[in-house]
Design a protein around this ligand. Structure first.
Ligand code: CA
Length: 243
């Protein structure tokens, strides 16, 4: 099922999350500080992490940034919990490298659904796929979820990778914002398309000068990947599109 690390300083919420997710079959370890969790991943890397934003000592966003820039598990799916529902806080959380967030108070069923969605996406690759595909100046390894641009490895977050892959798979057409939110985030976002725009922006920045060319904004509709032709291993594309 998967190992989940929970970092939450409020003992009631921590216990609730732990017991609930264990009830869904996950192995859950929980701590009250980010420092303890950062020590724990040196022993065992989890399949998913849930960070409270406000913690004693190191806060959740800082901890996530450390994980993203570290070597142990930079791509582990991470959800952030926040007591504040102002958009700026959500933006901070996502820019800091979290893949998803929930605002307290939240329902345990919704939490479980989002956990399932994040885990499913991070383990979604099938064995039959070709490992490396070159598309224009982009090179993909679908097994390891790594993407190179001009032979340089891109440091993509979990969601940025999902977004890029989805746009690439559907490059024959424009993909609407709603479809992207639905497919990449996997649940209704209550029209918060700014989250999507932020991810597209950081993705373009990571692609460098060519980012604008590769991910085209279709005004009033959405985005389209126009990254160029597949140069080899064309045969693997239908497999991926039917995924
Ligand atoms: Ca807290």
């Amino acid at each position: 099922m998967g190992t989940i690390y929970v970092i939450e300083d409020e003992i009631n919420i921590r216990d609730l999350i732990k017991i609930a997710l264990e009830g869904f079959g996950y192995q859950v370890s929980a701590w009250e500080s980010a420092e303890e969790a950062l020590e724990a991943i040196k022993e065992k890397v989890p399949d998913l992490m849930i960070f409270d934003r406000m913690l004693p000592g190191m806060d959740g966003v800082t901890a996530i940034q450390q994980i993203r820039s570290g070597d142990l598990c930079p791509k582990v799916p991470i959800m952030i919990l926040t007591a504040k529902d102002k958009e700026i806080d959500k933006v901070c959380g996502l820019d800091g490298g979290a893949d998803d967030y929930m605002t307290k108070p939240f329902g345990i069923l919704e939490l479980a659904a989002r956990v399932r969605s994040l885990l499913r996406r991070s383990s979604g690759e099938s064995e039959s796929e070709k490992d490396i595909v070159t598309i224009g100046r982009l090179e993909w390894n679908f097994r390891t979820r790594e993407v190179w641009f001009d032979k340089k490895l891109l440091e993509l977050t979990y969601k940025e990778y999902e977004l890029l892959q989805y746009l690439w798979k559907h490059q024959d057409r424009v993909v609407s914002r709603e479809e992207l939110l639905d497919s990449v985030w996997g649940y209704e976002y209550d029209g918060e398309t700014r989250t999507l725009d932020i991810h597209v922006r950081t993705l373009r920045q990571k692609l460098g000068e060519s980012g604008q060319e590769y991910i085209k904004t279709i005004r009033g509709v959405g985005y389209r990947f126009v990254g160029g032709k597949t140069e080899n291993k064309v045969s693997s594309i239908p497999e991926l599109m039917s995924q």
